[in-house]
Design a protein around this ligand. Structure first.
Ligand SMILES: *Cc1c(COP(=O)(O)O)cnc(C)c1O
Length: 360
């Protein structure tokens, strides 16, 4: 607290990110990072960009990120996207911040699920945006009919949803988009590559649909901070206007080079997601064997509840065994643990630790 804070800072309720421990022995299943290193082509591209003497770092990067946008357009060739339909930014969290600022500051409240990514209400606080939460059903599924016929200043939810991992089919996404032609519908696809269909397939039909994605999860680049949005050129222009009032060079040389190379290594990407999906299915089966109820996940994490064990106590017991998972002390979900999918060895260590906790 300080007399120098502005009034708005006193009122903020910041997001608290999952712990990043300094202690390397921990098995880290708490922030949905990819357990594998990124494509070797990413590393090579960053090294090449840096060069012998790092001279490039003396120069500002391309403020438009043209090469990266072209690589995104090329990667999504089948959906026929133009570069002016793409916005790139320093992480999808930052892209989302610009989305809230540029597209959600209207008179009516925005709509979001009650169980969802807890950063959205934080942006609402930062930008003074009213929001209304729509309860997910008893099985934690988003009911699309609840998003129809309600006046609103915008709609946002992840697909697959976080922290539940549940995905909606594109037909349902399209129903929400169609039912709300006066609002921007933002689909946050941070986890889409682990099993859901991308709504990028729909953007050319719907000028009110914006899709965001990140390189942090499926491309193993959480530390590089790259995200993007795809939608109608007018939506993208709104984001560019905000960005150019904030920081004209959102992405640095290394991030631009690394992210571009990541998109080009399709083989690494396909292999990586297949491994993670396989681990997810096997971990789910093992946890069910231990008595957990696990929500069917299309993401790189699972959301699990044990009827006989308190979730916070379990998280603590795992921590004592050097495994960290995420527990949210929030209504409706405080009985659940969100467990990121690790390597097969990490998943096995988790199952082992749980067996010891259950039968000491
Ligand atoms: C991880 C995550 C993000 C943020 O990704 P970054 O690009 O690392 O900022 C956005 N939305 C959801 C739902 C996420 O889980």
């Amino acid at each position: 607290m300080s007399q120098f804070w502005s009034a708005v800072v006193h009122g903020l309720n910041p997001y608290s990110p999952g712990e990043q421990p300094g202690f390397a022995q921990l098995i880290k299943l708490n922030t949905n990072e990819n357990p594998y290193p990124p494509s070797p082509r990413v590393v090579a591209a960053i090294r090449a960009e840096l060069g012998e003497d790092g001279a490039r770092l003396a120069r500002y990067p391309d403020p438009e990120g043209v090469r990266l946008k072209d690589a995104i357009v090329h990667y999504y060739e089948r959906h026929d996207i133009a570069p002016r339909q793409v916005f790139v930014g320093n992480s999808s969290d930052e892209v989302l911040a610009h989305v809230f600022q540029a597209l959600f500051r209207h008179a009516a409240p925005i709509l979001l699920p009650d169980v969802t990514y807890s950063f959205y209400p934080v942006y609402c606080g930062l930008y003074d945006i009213a929001f209304e939460t729509i309860p997910v059903d008893r099985d934690f599924a988003i009911r699309v009919e609840d998003y129809q016929g309600r006046a609103n200043g915008g709609i946002i939810f992840p697909n697959p949803n976080a922290p539940t991992g549940r995905a909606l089919p594109l037909i349902d996404i399209e129903r929400v988009v169609r039912a709300n032609p006066q609002s921007v519908v933002v689909i946050d696809e941070a986890y889409v590559d682990f099993g859901a269909d991308t709504a990028i397939a729909l953007v050319n039909r719907h000028p009110n649909l914006l899709v965001t994605q990140t390189f942090s999860k499926s491309r193993a680049l959480a530390g590089l901070r790259v995200g993007f949005a795809i939608g109608h050129p007018d939506l993208i222009e709104g984001l560019e206007r905000v960005k150019n009032c904030f920081n004209s060079y959102l992405l640095d040389h290394l991030a631009l080079a690394g992210a571009t190379a990541a998109l080009e290594d399709v083989e690494w990407f396909e292999q990586n997601r297949r491994k993670i999906i396989a681990s997810r299915e096997s971990l789910t089966a093992q946890l069910v064997g231990l008595g957990f109820q696990v929500i069917p996940s299309q993401a790189n994490f699972i959301f699990a509840h044990h009827p006989d064990h308190d979730a916070a106590t379990l998280a603590q017991a795992l921590r004592e065994r050097h495994i960290i998972v995420r527990h949210f002390k929030l209504p409706r979900i405080e009985g659940h643990l969100r467990i990121s999918i690790g390597t097969p060895a990490e998943c096995a260590a988790l199952v082992d630790a749980l067996k010891h906790v259950f039968n000491p």
